[in-house]
Design a protein around this ligand. Structure first.
Ligand code: LHQ
Length: 257
C-alpha cells in the first residue's frame, strides 16, 4: 500500500485527511480504500484529535470508485469489506468529520461526503449520482442519505436522472451546511474546525451519538437515551468546570474528562 494516496496532517486538535490521486480525480482505488480503512481507524483512536477535515487534492473531491479497478464481483462482499468499514468508521467516530468539497464528488464519493457530520462546499462543487450513466444503482450509503435529505420523490429523481446535485441544491436539501466562494473554502472550513475543537469534547461526541440514533427512535426512547448520555456527562469534570466558569464569569477550560 502506498501512503501517498492519502495524506494526513494533524495540527493541534484538527486533523486534515486529503485524498491524493489528483491525476485520477482521487478515484477510489484499492490502495486508497485500504488507506482510508486504516487511517479512519487510527484517527478515531487519536485522543488529541477532535475534528477532522476530509478533502481532495487537485480538480475534484473524488470521482468515486476507480472504474479501471475491476473486476468488482461479488459486489455485496466488495462493498461490505472495502467501503463499509471507513464509512461506518466516520459515522461512529467520536470526532466531528467535515467534508470540504471544492469540485465533483461522484458515485461512492457522494456517499462519503454525506456520511460526514458536516459538509462545506464551494459554489461550483456538486454531488454527482454517476451510477445511472453506467447502469448501476447508488451504493456507498447514497440511497440512505439521499432518502433522508430529499425524500422518496426527489431522491429517486436524482438517482434515475443521474443528477449533478449542485452546491445550492445541497444547501437547500440540508446536505451542505455552508456554501462559500472557492477562495474562501479553506479558511471557512478550517475556521469552523478550530471553533468546533474548542467545544466541550465529551458533550460534542454525545450529541453526535444521539443524533445518529434519532431516526431509529421514538420520542420516549430518545428521552431515555438522552438521559443516559446526560447522566454520564453530569459526572464529568467538564460539567463542573462549565458551571464554575459560568458563575465566575470566565471562559471554561475543557479537559475532556
Ligand atoms: C477516473 C474516474 C473514475 C477512474 C475520472 N475511475 N478514473 C461502483 C462499482 C463497483 C464497485 C464499487 O463501487 C461503485 C461505486 C461508484 O462510485 S460507481 C461511480 C464511479 N464513478 C463514476 O462513474 C464517475 C466517472 N467520472 C466522471 O463522470 C467524471 O470524471 C467527473 C464528472 C467526476 C469529472 O469530470 P471532469 O471534470 O470532466 O474530469 P474527467 O472526466 O476528465 O476526469 C479526469 C481524469 O480522471 C480522467 O483521466 P484522463 O487520463 O483522461 O485525464 C478520467 O478518466 C479520470 N477519472 N473518474 N471513477
Amino acid at each position: 500500500m502506498s501512503d501517498d494516496v492519502l495524506k494526513i496532517d494533524i495540527d493541534g486538535a484538527v486533523a486534515t485527511v486529503t485524498l491524493n490521486r489528483p491525476e485520477k480525480m482521487n478515484a477510489l482505488s484499492d490502495d486508497l480504500k485500504q488507506a482510508l480503512r486504516i487511517k479512519v481507524g487510527e484517527i478515531n483512536d487519536t485522543d488529541a484529535v477532535k475534528v477532522v477535515i476530509l478533502k481532495g487534492e487537485g480538480r475534484g473531491f473524488c470521482a468515486g470508485a476507480d472504474l479501471s479497478g475491476g473486476p468488482f464481483s461479488p459486489i455485496s462482499g466488495h462493498l461490505d469489506i472495502e467501503y463499509k468499514p471507513f464509512l461506518t468508521g466516520i459515522e461512529r467516530s467520536d470526532k466531528i468529520w467535515i467534508a470540504q468539497v471544492h469540485g465533483a464528488a461522484a458515485g461512492a464519493a457522494a456517499g462519503l461526503v454525506m456520511t460526514c457530520d458536516f459538509v462545506v462546499m464551494s459554489e461550483e462543487a456538486y454531488l454527482y449520482m454517476a451510477f445511472a450513466a453506467i447502469a448501476l444503482v447508488p451504493d456507498g450509503g447514497n440511497v440512505h442519505h439521499l432518502f433522508r435529505h430529499m425524500g422518496y420523490r426527489k431522491a429517486l429523481e436524482a438517482i434515475l436522472e443521474g443528477k449533478k446535485i449542485t452546491a445550492a441544491e445541497c444547501l437547500e436539501a440540508g446536505i451542505a451546511n455552508k456554501v462559500v466562494p472557492l477562495d474562501a473554502l479553506d479558511s471557512t472550513t478550517r475556521g469552523w474546525a478550530d471553533q468546533l475543537a474548542q467545544t466541550a469534547p465529551l458533550a460534542m461526541s454525545a450529541a453526535k451519538r444521539l443524533l445518529r440514533k434519532a431516526p431509529h427512535m421514538t420520542l420516549g426512547e430518545m428521552i431515555t437515551e438522552e438521559g443516559y448520555e446526560q447522566a454520564s456527562l453530569l459526572k464529568t469534570q467538564d460539567f463542573q468546570e462549565g458551571v464554575a466558569a459560568f458563575f465566575e464569569k470566565r471562559a471554561p477550560v475543557w479537559q475532556g474528562k
